[in-house]
Write a protein that binds this ligand. Structure first.
Ligand code: AMP
Ligand code: MG
Length: 324
């Protein structure tokens, strides 16, 4: 299949309308989208990504009024979140309306809804005339794409259109919040942080790690993983021990990389990304994973940060990327 690379939102919307898949920029990561009401188009997303059928998609809307078409009831906590954080990098889970095909929600009776702050994404949804079901535009399990070049690498020849836009502002997927219960529960941390939500929405909000009953099916899968082995920098001592024994065994040293905030690691690794701020760390994590794979890096050391603010989302992604 020939993949058109375009910056015309009109052309991209035309592709959505005729039942094809379009990759498009958002402020979180690039998405691969289809008309939410077109089951055949949505099924192509699962096929092309190699996404398990029990991992539901997030449905993207251009305006708040479209939420009422997709969800049965907008709970008081969802109303608050929508008021304070939509449009933005946050997704609410609500009871779904029958109009939404089961394939989109993996047959759950709930639906994930997000309104992107990216103007390009919203314009695409508007011109398509329908909400767009869209996961990240990568193969299942690999790091999410944060630029159109990443999407090209994974999906050229497999989808009909890539809408070109800027690199993603946040670089991590949205915060997913279950709003169907007594109080909201974070199922996936993101750039809208637990602290922000506790302050603005409800003090009782918690992040529920995906142990026990699986509420958010996507969280049970290994995710975000580059080909290189990922380690937290607290493993650094181990690394010194490792390289010592490697040297002794006269085995060629493996190419290693580092990403984090601490300048002291600048000259100790072959590929290094020192981030100025924690937001910068979040923004660069996935693109760094991809850069490392392109450079044949064998081990990526990620600096451990405290699980506060956006640090919770960074550590969540790094832990999922670690090979067990
Ligand atoms: P992705 O589209 O790859 O960013 O993944 C979407 C995330 O949202 C996955 O972790 C899904 O499991 C989660 N998700 C989507 N729909 C629902 C839902 N109805 N209930 C719970 N989690 C959901
Ligand atoms: Mg994804």
């Amino acid at each position: 299949m020939r993949t058109i690379l375009t910056d015309s939102i009109k052309i991209a919307a035309y592709n959505v309308k005729r039942g094809d898949l379009v990759a498009f920029p958002t402020e979180t990561v690039y998405g691969i989208g289809a008309n939410v009401f077109d089951e055949k188009a949505v099924s192509k997303i699962f096929k092309i990504k190699g996404r398990p059928a029990d991992n539901p998609l997030i449905v993207h809307v251009a305006s708040k009024k479209d939420i009422g078409i997709l969800a049965k009831e907008i709970t008081p906590s969802a109303k608050k979140i929508i008021k304070k954080f939509f449009p933005g990098p946050v997704t609410v889970i609500l009871k779904k309306n029958e109009i939404v095909p089961d394939i989109v929600t993996a047959s759950l009776d709930t639906i994930a809804i997000r309104m992107p702050s990216s103007k390009i994404a919203r314009e695409l949804i508007k011109l398509s005339g329908v909400p767009i079901a869209a996961p990240s535009a990568n193969f299942s399990g690999s790091p999410s794409p944060t630029s159109f070049q990443h999407v090209m690498k994974d999906l050229s020849g497999k989808i009909s259109c890539i809408l070109v836009g800027p690199a993603s502002k946040y670089g991590l997927e949205s915060t997913v919040i279950d709003c169907t219960g007594k109080y909201p529960v974070i199922l996936r941390p993101g750039s809208v942080t637990l602290e922000m939500l506790r302050k603005k929405i409800d003090k009782r909000i918690v992040f529920r790690k995906s142990t026990g009953r699986i509420k958010s099916p996507g969280q049970k899968y290994r995710h975000y993983a580059p080909k290189a082995k990922v380690k937290l920098i607290s493993d650094y001592r181990l690394r010194i021990a490792d390289s010592q024994s490697i040297k002794e065994a006269k085995v060629e040293k493996q190419k290693e990389a580092f990403i984090g905030l601490d300048k002291k690691y600048l000259n100790r690794f072959e590929v290094v990304k020192i981030c100025k701020t924690i937001e910068d760390y979040a923004k660069n994590l996935f693109s760094f994973f991809r850069e490392c794979d392109d450079n044949g890096v064998k081990i990526i050391y990620c600096q451990k940060v405290s699980e506060k603010g956006i640090g919770l989302a960074i550590m969540n992604r790094v832990k999922k990327a670690k090979h067990s």
